[in-house]
Design a protein around this ligand. Structure first.
Ligand code: ZN
Length: 482
């Protein structure tokens, strides 16, 4: 494999500044606002329109999977389109109208034109009695149903009598659409990012995830990276299943993966581990979240949630976790009309983005350092490293990082391992290690298997003088053997 020889065009430390620009949270929020009004479902024009909006930020490939195509145990359903829907009382007043809110119609409602008494109409109406001012979000993808969602107050205001019901939808042979973008890195090993694109007018779940990934992809596309980064914008469940069915042969390239949703609210952060529970991404995200927040939630895998269910199904068992702020289902706005553009904030979107950028920095910059002067402490002053520590406020942290790295750089501990032991952010360690290497105190462990590390710095020096140390190889029981 040639990747250990590859050298990024820019110094790796520049990755951080290239990815994280001022105003990044606002940029994500603006894009979320652009796609929020579109009525999406698992198929149909709303998904394509959303992919079109995201495609203004990155060269997105839009794929169409025809109705009836088999995907493992599933079949691509008929394509759903909606032109309008309402319920009108005897005076001609519309008591509920899809034109007012996309959530008013149950997703995948079959077409209907009829007149019904209130008692019968009520069987097709969904409300939230506990949250009487909110409209619930409901779907009926795989059943022949129709229905309306409204506030409980709206329902209570309906008087007895007949109602005219019009659901102007179609369910025809068509296709399921998803969008995909691959940023090619120095290697074919991939970091997969996946977000569901099927929810109508819900901001946190999941305009936040779609917008964040599009902005991230746009920035990554200008950089040279070691990993390749794949971005997938697919309808929940059936989209991920269709993608896996079409790409089964290539999934072994996926070294790390994150499903993202609900990235714009003020809660969390929450990370749900991959099914394996000890993969590199699990360690990376645990580290990143612990340094990004006071009380992050780190959850073991469970088989419900978003598309990590498909990536982590036993036949794939991929190293894919789920990143959220508040966990789905735990906040009162979840799957209601209150999950709107006021519920997500640019500062929270920016925070989520910075966590993901930090994770990318770990996988791009982690390597196995070897101390070339391991007998007693090396003399730092002679190498200008006391000056480097300097009198700045980060001086003590820097010098602590030097001490930890020099002590644990035995060729068996990665920088992430050392950052964990020292309880310091990875970025501090990576910058300190870069300086130590520049001053000739560290080399890359030439013996370690690059593919067992999270990432690997390009080789610039031989580990020959300390071959005995290097021969120890990766630490026994190391999580990276996954
Ligand atoms: Zn949802």
């Amino acid at each position: 494999m040639s990747w250990a020889l590859a050298r990024p065009e820019k110094p790796a430390a520049d990755l951080r500044s290239a990815l994280i620009e001022p105003g990044i949270g606002e940029a994500i929020y603006d894009l979320a606002c652009r796609i929020y009004p579109i009525c999406r479902s698992i198929t149909g024009p709303g998904v394509r329109e959303t992919l079109g909006a995201l495609g203004l930020h990155l060269p997105l490939e839009v794929r169409e999977v025809p109705t009836g195509t088999a995907a493992f145990d599933w079949t691509i359903p008929p394509e759903w389109a909606i032109r309008g829907a309402y319920v009108r009382n005897v005076t001609g007043e519309k008591v509920v109208d899809f034109a007012d809110n996309n959530l008013h119609v149950v997703g995948y409602s079959r077409p209907v034109r009829t007149v019904l008494p209130l008692a019968e109409l009520k069987r097709h109406i969904h409300t939230l009695p506990e949250q009487p001012d909110l409209i619930p979000y409901r779907t009926a993808y795989y059943s022949e149903q129709w229905g309306f969602c409204m506030t409980h107050r709206q329902l209570e205001a309906l008087s007895d009598g007949l109602y005219e019901v019009v659901v102007d939808t179609s369910l025809d042979s068509g296709s399921l659409s998803y969008g995909e973008y691959l940023h090619q890195g120095e290697t074919d090993e991939e970091f997969l990012f996946s977000a569901h694109i099927c929810h109508p007018s819900l901001a946190n779940d999941n305009c936040s995830g779609l917008a964040l990934l599009a902005v991230l992809a746009e920035r990554l596309s200008r950089l040279r990276t070691r990993y390749s980064y794949r971005f997938l914008f697919a309808p929940g469940t059936i989209g991920a299943i269709a993608w896996l069915a079409a790409n089964e042969a290539g999934v072994e390239r996926i070294r790390h993966g994150l499903v993202v949703s609900c990235l714009g609210d003020g809660g969390g952060p929450t990370y749900k581990k991959s099914r394996r529970g000890n993969t590199a991404i699990d360690h990376v995200m645990t580290h990143v979240l612990r340094h990004a927040a006071n009380e992050p939630k780190i959850l073991d895998f469970f088989p419900y949630g978003y598309d990590e269910r498909q990536y982590c199904s036993p036949g794939f068992n991929l190293p894919v976790g789920l990143l959220q702020r508040s966990q789905f289902g735990t906040f009162p706005e979840y799957h209601t009309s209150a999950d709107d553009l006021n519920f997500i904030r640019p500062e929270h979107l920016g925070d989520s983005y910075r966590m993901i950028a930090a994770a990318i920095e770990v996988v791009e910059r982690d390597w196995l350092p070897l101390n070339v002067a391991p007998k007693c402490e090396p003399q730092l002053g002679r190498r200008g490293l006391y000056e480097a520590v300097g009198g700045g406020s980060d001086g003590p942290v820097r010098s602590m990082a030097f001490l930890w790295i020099l002590n644990l750089a035995d060729g068996a501990h990665s920088l992430l391992d050392i950052a964990e032991r020292a309880d310091l952010p990875f970025a501090v360690m990576a910058d300190a290690a870069a300086l130590l290497r520049e001053r000739g105190l560290l080399v890359r462990n030439g013996n370690g298997d690059a593919h067992k590390t999270v990432g690997q710095e390009p080789a610039t020096a031989s580990a020959e003088p300390f071959a005995a140390l290097a021969n120890r190889g990766p630490a026994a029981g190391d999580w990276r053997v996954d």
